[in-house]
Ligand binder design. Structure first.
Ligand SMILES: Cc1cc2nc3c(=O)[nH]c(=O)nc-3n(C[C@H](O)[C@H](O)[C@H](O)COP(=O)(O)OP(=O)(O)OC[C@H]3O[C@@H](n4cnc5c(N)ncnc54)[C@H](O)[C@@H]3O)c2cc1C
Length: 477
């Protein structure tokens, strides 16, 4: 006889892990499926090449249709939170107001979301980067901001104890110290203690929504698997969740599916100095722009750097010139421009059944990038750089949209209870539901929204918080 779980969650990143934890607290029977492998602090790859190959979809080389943008997303238990920098910011009123006006959803405001932020933050160790955390790259960043009269602020990062003298850039390939507050260090172990089962290396291909349960078809290490649950939560990220609904042939009933894709496109500029900068040493990100003029202009400037493979990829050309450039790795300072992109892209399956992401840059977004990049180039010249290189390659790390939330079924995919329109046993609360680009680090808000969504899911099963405390299981959902 087939087993029907209460919930199956597809994806173990920021959204899936928070939802799993909340459902487990209510005693539900939950199975989590994850395409990637499971690693731990002691087993993460120890170099950039292996980390790209083993922790990311397509080795971190998912490109847009016109090959102008590289999209990077985690494929590992813990999802994007394993390979991200864990900078955790709440949305400001500018972001909430634009979400509310685009989606028509009232709870998108700081007040209504604050208890959900409070709740997820209570599970995270949060650290404001202090002056003693700065490396030379951060010092240069602050120096030029102060010279020019721009506001900056310390970054808030999810980390417990990184210790002294550690080079945190390694964390982009999984934190070997168990300090970065990825899902593997926070929500997942707590949920597993409550009985969550995680099936890794299982890629879901299709779902079929029935009146009393949902069937999930996939492959575990190449072998077909068929599973059932009363309710299914898609938490596979903007590209993964959208792809799953497209593969499930749901575009006919969901006209907005695949639309509204955003990615905060980023450009890195390197300033070359005679002195040793060692931007890869210590905390490689410590400060951020906090300048209202930049927010109004639709971009932010990030104090950042990257490993040698990534820097090598960003520099155009080859041969002696490329070698000359890379030999100066220890002399590089770096600032990145991240644009709050207005023009949405589309996600679809092409005629070779492959995911195709169309994200051309609109004139207005290009102008924002040019303004930001020019500012950074001027900053490096003012600091005395003898060479400045802005990479032509755009990078998308914050992948958002494709299944946006809203009240209008023609313009959105998910309703305000986080159910897919017309399919009440199918829920989504991950980065795919973003109605537009907030211009702010997204993962803390993904967690907060997912916390809210999990409460709705339990409510839809008739589980109230009072009931949750008294009854250990929700087997009757
Ligand atoms: C290098 C980098 C740095 C970043 N830095 C920050 C930062 O500092 N702050 C911040 O807020 N954000 C940051 N981000 C973005 C952040 O990590 C993501 O926005 C966030 O993880 C998205 O959460 P999610 O739950 O929507 O999806 P994810 O966390 O991406 O999780 C989705 C999971 O679903 C799995 N999956 C996908 N398809 C399937 C399938 N068909 N079957 C089974 N499993 C599937 C994936 O393997 C993945 O594990 C960064 C991202 C990158 C790449």
């Amino acid at each position: 006889m087939k087993h029907i779980h209460d919930f199956i969650i597809v994806g173990s990143g920021a959204s899936g892990s928070v939802i799993a934890h909340e459902l487990m607290l209510a005693g539900a029977d939950v199975l989590m499926l994850e395409a990637g492998k499971r690693f731990s602090a002691g087993t993460f790859p120890d170099n950039e090449l292996d980390a790209n190959a083993q922790l990311m979809w397509n080795g971190g080389m998912d490109a847009s249709k016109d090959a102008s943008t590289l999209f990077i997303r985690g494929k590992v238990v813990g999802g994007g939170t394993i390979i991200n920098q864990c900078l955790l910011d709440r949305f400001d009123d500018i972001a909430w107001d634009s979400w509310r006006s685009q989606s028509g959803i009232d709870f998108f405001n700081s007040q209504a979301m604050s208890s959900h932020y409070d709740s997820v933050e209570s599970h995270l160790a949060l650290h404001y980067m202090e002056k003693q955390d700065w490396n030379t790259n951060a010092e240069l960043y602050v120096k030029v901001f102060e010279q020019k009269g721009y506001q900056w602020a310390p970054l808030r990062r999810g980390q417990s104890d990184c210790g002294k003298g550690n080079d945190c850039m390694t964390c982009l390939g999984g934190c070997p110290r168990g300090s970065k507050q990825s899902m593997l260090e926070t929500f997942l172990p707590k949920a597993e203690k409550l009985g969550l089962r995680i099936q890794s290396e299982t890629t879901v291909r299709e779902i079929i929504h029935g009146p009393s349960f949902v069937t999930v078809y996939g492959y575990q290490q190449g072998r077909p698997v068929t599973l059932h649950a009363r309710k299914v939560v898609l938490a596979s990220g903007a590209l993964g969740t959208t792809e799953l609904l497209l593969r499930s042939q749901l575009h006919d009933i969901l006209p907005a599916l695949g639309r509204g894709f955003h990615c905060h496109p980023q450009w890195m500029t390197v300033g070359m100095f005679n002195a040793t900068i060692d931007s890869h040493k210590g905390a490689f990100q410590a400060v951020k722009s906090d300048e209202p003029r930049f927010r109004a202009a639709g971009f932010k400037l990030e104090n950042v750097f990257a490993g040698p493979i990534a820097i090598g990829l960003l520099k155009p050309g080859y041969g002696f010139e490329h070698q000359r450039f890379m030999k100066q790795y220890r002399n590089m300072a770096c600032i990145e421009v991240a644009v709050r992109d207005q023009a949405p892209g589309t996600i679809r399956l092409n005629n070779r059944d492959r995911l195709e992401i169309d994200k051309p840059l609109s004139d207005i977004d290009r102008q924002k990038a040019n303004n930001g990049n020019q500012l950074v180039a001027d900053m490096f010249r003012d600091l005395g750089a003898n060479e400045v290189m802005t990479s032509p390659l755009q990078i998308g790390l914050h992948l958002m949209g494709g299944c946006s939330i809203g009240q209008d079924e023609r313009q959105s995919v998910v309703n305000e209870r986080f159910q897919v329109h017309g399919l009440r046993n199918l829920y989504i609360a991950d980065s795919s539901i973003f109605p537009n680009a907030p211009g702010i680090n997204p993962s803390l808000t993904i967690m907060a929204i997912s916390h809210k969504a999990a409460q709705n899911m339990l409510g839809d099963c008739g589980v109230t918080s009072a009931f949750k405390k008294q009854v250990p299981g929700v087997a009757n959902v």
